[in-house]
Design a protein around this ligand. Structure first.
Ligand SMILES: *Cc1c(COP(=O)(O)O)cnc(C)c1O
Length: 493
């Protein structure tokens, strides 16, 4: 197994190298040279634990890791940091299923990959004889920053610096980051909004002189963002696990087809589902659920991807995105791996702000169905699901639920359907409580949590509950033009 670029340069490298590099030298994304077809093994996989299944799947891609190395990384990732032994439970609610991906240390689905990827990176540095210390730089609007801090804390040869916009994250998210423990974690707020933070960090990555200066001081910059193959591969696992758990519990028979509904932003999560299908998981449709930023809904319905539009701020902020980076990997597959076509499309996106795929590529999109939900529908359905089923979902999951309701109106045949649930309702408690009709006027964040808990008779997840008494460990703040100074300060160079 090797990894190659979606844009066709001649690199052909092993998994550990692809994890270290992050992005190919031609700007493309790493993809596996082939997808191992494991349909005939599903029978044997039915009884495996999450960790065992994770091992069976990852070893197919990361064959330059020894079995011991892989097992050790997986064991460190999926342990009692998760509040359930099952790691990713699938629950039957009414006539469909919810795959809960928020039982990790930061209560959002980013944990599924960011608990494992840092360990893979730590091993990959050794394997590739990288001597410098790696500095992970991240700009975050919320979920990623905290999950990355947790994932990378206390690892050898790695430091992590998270920049967040002072005006762009919720109070709970701020607290989550400012109370972060670990001997290698740094958190800095930037005066400004998310765009300011993001472009300031991008400028640092593109600053050759600064990168050279850091290298001379034995530091190498890297990012933990969702285009790294080390984040994508762990996400394939839970699609298999969820399907197999339905087989195990006799809700479906082996080889029956299921749908997955995925609330989508950067297209990482749903792409992993598509990869699972290419590996033989019996998937009928992948329903791509967007919020009011419905660029992907338009893409699946017209074949045209057009980012010339304004960004809406919605109640599902982790999906407020106009450029879904991982879509490039889908373009590569639906063009039958034609890197010249991918280059043309990406050039068009960069120069004109849009591209349109040809008829053959459109035909290859038939696994996907795009839908979107408005914030009003999201609110209504949080209320509906709770009242009808006594089951609480967050705003992102409600986007997916709404998309599924719309899909069912035009697709009448019953197919077992799994809705991917990406965040704990307590992470977005203000919008969840107000969806249920609760009055949030004059309540602070912790009052809201308590009221949500008593109203719904559900428990506040421990990592969020603990914030109330946690110590503030990070107080750094800087202007958006001061990042370099701040980094130098932190690294003492
Ligand atoms: C990141 C995120 C998403 C979107 O996932 P992508 O892989 O970017 O498509 C959805 N919901 C939540 C809660 C998230 O944090």
């Amino acid at each position: 197994m090797h990894f190659i670029s979606t844009r066709g340069c001649n690199e052909k490298i092993k998994g550990s190298k692809a994890i270290v590099n992050g992005l190919c030298s031609d700007g493309g994304l790493y993809v596996p040279t082939e997808f191992p077809y494991i349909k005939n093994k599903l029978n044997k996989f039915v009884s495996l634990s999450y960790n065992e299944l994770c091992f069976e799947i990852l070893k197919l891609f990361l064959d330059d890791f020894t079995e011991e190395e892989l097992r050790s990384c997986i064991k460190k990732a999926y342990d009692n940091k998760f509040d359930t032994k099952i790691i990713a439970p699938t629950k039957k609610i009414n006539n469909h299923y919810f795959l809960e991906l928020y039982h990790g240390p930061t209560c959002a689905f980013k944990d599924m990959a960011l608990t494992l990827m840092p360990h893979l990176l730590e091993k990959s540095l050794k394997k590739n004889n990288i001597k410098e210390e790696v500095v992970i730089l991240t700009a975050t609007s919320g979920d990623t920053g905290k999950a990355a801090l947790e994932g990378f804390k206390n690892l050898n040869q790695i430091k992590i610096i998270v920049f967040f916009p002072e005006d762009g994250v919720s109070n709970i998210q701020k607290l989550q980051m400012r109370t972060q423990e670990g001997n290698n974690t740094y958190v800095v707020s930037i005066n400004g909004n998310f765009d300011d933070a993001q472009s300031a960090v991008k400028n640092i990555f593109n600053d050759d002189e600064f990168n050279k200066y850091l290298l001379e001081n034995n530091y190498r910059l890297s990012s933990a963002n969702s285009i790294n193959i080390g984040r994508l591969l762990p996400q394939i696992v839970y699609y298999f696990y969820s399907y197999l758990s339905l087989v195990r519990d006799k809700h479906i028979k082996l080889n029956d087809k299921t749908n997955f509904v995925v609330p989508t932003g950067n297209f990482g999560n749903i792409l992993a589902a598509y990869y699972a299908k290419l590996m033989g998981l019996p998937i009928n449709k992948l329903i791509c659920a967007s919020n009011e930023n419905n660029i992907l809904y338009d893409f699946f319905n017209t074949g045209k991807y057009d980012k010339n539009r304004i960004l809406h701020l919605t109640t599902s902020p982790s999906m407020d995105i106009l450029i879904s980076s991982n879509l490039e990997r889908l373009l590569f597959e639906i063009s039958n791996r034609d890197d010249k076509k991918v280059n043309l499309l990406i050039n068009s996106l960069n120069n004109k702000g849009f591209y349109e795929i040809d008829e053959n590529m459109k035909l290859n999109l038939n696994t996907f169905h795009g839908e979107y939900a408005t914030s009003a529908e999201v609110k209504e359905n949080i209320n509906k699901v709770f009242n009808e089923n006594n089951y609480l979902i967050d705003t992102h999951t409600s986007v997916a639920y709404t998309a599924y309701e719309k899909y069912k109106q035009v697709n009448l045949e019953y197919i077992s359907t799994i809705i991917v649930s990406t965040a704990s309702p307590y992470k977005f408690s203000k919008d969840v409580l107000s969806s249920l009709g609760g009055d949030i006027k004059n309540l602070n964040e912790f009052d809201i949590l308590e009221r949500l808990s008593s109203y719904t008779n559900t428990e506040i997840p421990l990592p969020i509950e603990n914030l109330k008494t946690a110590n503030i460990l990070h107080n750094r703040n800087c202007e958006k033009y001061e990042l370099k100074k701040e980094i130098k300060n932190i690294l003492k160079v």
